[in-house]
Design a protein around this ligand. Structure first.
Ligand code: CA
Length: 237
């Protein structure tokens, strides 16, 4: 039996971009469904049930931010925003509204495909309820609450553990400072940027081969952090 193709819904009003996406998505083995406005996009999420949504923000009828709000009322489908808007404020607003990732235009099709792949894999892993999280040399046993770095056990404080877990679950994805603070420390600490800096520094000391040149927890200037998805163990050619 042929493997079911993942369906990607593209909400984009520029025909030329939809054409580029059609070529690149179809050659990567995805099925693409497209529309050129936000309201139809929201309807299609319900009727087509795509595995992932690629969303432009500047649409002719409603703003992309409204589309995110509309979809997030009832669906957790991964949403990657693909927009010419590149200010920190726009990016933070989209991520806070529930977008999973943000790619600025003009985009490199290979980078976009890598982000799509990361987000699809993450969604599948969440559904499967994996007992273990791994990335590169890092392995986290969620049952025993133990972390290993290249096979060596790493001692983490409970907060460091929670922070690392959140990064691992969201590996490959850009996270705002506020999202991380809210998820790891709770609503009351959403403004405590200093907490986050201190803990990220501590965590880097424990998991990064060279803490001053992070390979895993990358700073996204003005926005937050991203845990890079690393396939091969660090240090292996
Ligand atoms: Ca547009």
């Amino acid at each position: 039996m042929a493997k079911k193709k993942n369906t990607i819904l593209v909400i984009e009003d520029e025909l030329s971009i939809r054409k580029i996406l059609a070529i690149s998505l179809e050659s990567a083995g995805y099925r693409m469904v497209e529309c050129d406005n936000g309201k139809e996009g929201i309807r299609l999420v319900a009727s087509v049930k795509p595995e992932l949504v690629l969303l432009d923000l500047g649409l002719p009828d409603i703003d992309g931010q409204e589309v995110i709000d509309g979809i997030r009322q009832w669906s957790q489908v991964p949403i990657i925003v693909c927009s010419v808007r590149n200010t920190d404020k726009e990016i933070i607003n989209a991520l806070s509204a529930g977008a999973d990732d943000y790619v600025t235009k003009p985009f490199n099709p290979d980078v976009l495909l890598a982000r799509i792949h990361t987000n699809l894999r993450k969604a599948a892993a969440q559904e499967a309820g994996e007992p273990e999280l791994a990335n590169g040399d890092i392995r986290m046993d969620l049952v025993r609450h133990e972390v290993f770095m290249g096979g060596q056990k790493v001692m983490l404080t409970p907060k460091e553990y929670e922070l690392l877990r959140y990064f691992l679950i969201n590996r490959g994805k850009m996270l705002t400072h506020k999202q991380v603070l809210k998820e790891v420390w709770g609503n009351a600490h959403m403004e405590d940027m200093q907490y986050l800096r201190v803990y990220v520094r501590q965590l880097r000391e424990k998991i990064e081969p060279v803490p001053t040149q992070p390979r895993y927890i990358i700073t996204e200037p003005g926005i937050g952090y991203r845990m890079e998805s690393i396939t091969l163990p660090v240090g292996h050619p």
